[in-house]
Write a new protein. Sequence first.
Length: 147
Amino acid sequence: MRSSKTWVSIFILLVITLHAVPVLNPLLKKRTWPFLDWTMYSKSRPPGPIQAEKRRIIGVTSTGRKEPVTPFLVGLSPFVLRASYEQPMWRGDSSAARQLFMRLNLQREDPFVELRLESETYTVTDTGLTKQKNAVATYQAGPLPSR
């Protein structure tokens, strides 16, 4: 028991001592993580308005009903839905839209016939918050299979 405590203590002291390496060697200071100088500023942005974009996919069924396409509806995590379908579709990848249509319409009585990619850009400035609606991108489903 005493031996394991000694080894843990030595390890902790070694880690603390390694914090001094970038201070002593200026070449390591700029390229060694986690010892970077001012890491919180490594990807800083110039002053000015802050912008954020809110995106969503809205599915339109054959009866005209609109329904948000959520991770729960697709059966995927939010990350996978965004990476596999949403981002490629925003870049104009129609094959991602076809795959999403197939996944969504697999067991549906009222299939989706259109996917609408909607977004707004929010801008925060010194004077307040503004909201700008962006252009809507749409993807149409191919011909529906006969039943």
